[in-house]
Design a protein. Structure first.
Length: 314
């Protein structure tokens, strides 16, 4: 383990210029053998992995945590600056992070560990970079799941009109006021109470890491770009399509870790994925919610490490 891997340095910020945007990231054990990138969920940041990086750094993993653009301490561009924000864009960010930040120091296959939105980004990267990804650990995996390949086709004119209405709605929807009310009415704490089954884990550090990015003057414009981007993304960037694409090769071992008390993405979604995609392994954690990695870090770390350790390719 790198001697600089100390608890107090877990969130030490590093900055990387990505296509003109400032991206924040942290690392523990950068000189270690196996690279891992931890990808946070919606509204969170790299700091949400506060109870995970050190565990893996101590076991010879170069543990990177990355603020996806629009979140944490990374830049928060709006429609004018970046267009749309969705898992295609975040996947491109991760791909370039691997190429520009990790590859000069480490040529090994990369492990991707994601929470919620971060899991979707990890899945997107696994499809785009399957020869470079050792495994994906998703806890949990969001998005609608369709078990059949057939989908209702819409007339192109109607689809364009629908997309136009969605874009207009989010452009004029008063997100600035909504975000202000969210911070003033303590709605963030209410949301965390819903996300976490174990309420004692909701401490001041957690509330701050969720709240501070929302208070930035650029947060509303970035959220608007996300709402439009995620609503209008192509079907090939949705979970059902991505899982089918990855199923065709099965090159990337895939582990789902799901809390049985997840109020945001219910467990039946995970069971549905595992039933339809037999190559996906599902681990269920009892009495845990939407953020197992922070709510039950010892359980999450152990399950993840044992999965990685037992891979035939490891």
């Amino acid at each position: 383990m790198d001697p600089n891997c100390k608890k107090e340095n877990i969130n030490l910020p590093n900055y990387w210029n990505w296509n003109g945007f400032k991206i924040c990231w942290s690392v523990l054990g950068e000189g270690n053998k196996i690279p891992i990138i931890f990808l946070h969920g919606f509204g969170a940041s790299r700091k949400h992995w506060r109870n995970n990086l050190e565990y893996f750094a101590e076991r010879n993993f170069a543990s990177y945590s990355l603020d996806l653009i629009g979140f944490g301490d990374s830049d928060q561009p709006g429609i004018r600056q970046i267009g749309r924000l969705n898992n295609e864009i975040w996947c491109n960010q991760v791909k370039d992070f691997i190429a520009q930040v990790i590859r000069p120091k480490n040529s090994g296959k990369v492990i991707l560990i994601g929470n919620s939105l971060g899991s979707l980004v990890a899945l997107t990267c696994a499809v785009a970079l399957e020869d470079q990804i050792l495994t994906v650990i998703a806890s949990p995996l969001p998005d609608q799941i369709q078990v059949n390949k057939k989908s209702m086709s819409k007339k192109s004119l109607f689809k364009k009109f629908q997309d136009f209405l969605i874009k207009i709605f989010f452009i004029f929807f008063p997100l600035e006021i909504i975000l202000y009310l969210i911070t003033k009415l303590r709605i963030i704490k209410l949301g965390l109470n819903s996300a976490y089954f174990k309420k004692d884990n909701i401490d001041r550090e957690l509330i701050d890491l969720i709240t501070k990015p929302v208070l930035r003057s650029t947060s509303a414009r970035s959220l608007r770009a996300m709402c439009i981007g995620m609503s209008l993304r192509d079907k090939k960037f949705q979970t059902s399509y991505l899982l089918r694409k990855l199923s065709s090769s099965k090159k990337v071992p895939f582990l789902l870790i799901w809390g049985d008390k997840d109020n945001f993405i219910p467990l039946f979604i995970g069971k549905k994925i595992a039933k339809f995609h037999r190559w996906v392994k599902l681990k269920i954690v009892s009495n845990s919610g939407h953020c197992i990695h922070d709510e039950d870090p010892s359980v999450f770390n152990r399950i993840s490490y044992e999965w990685i350790r037992d891979l035939k390719t490891f």
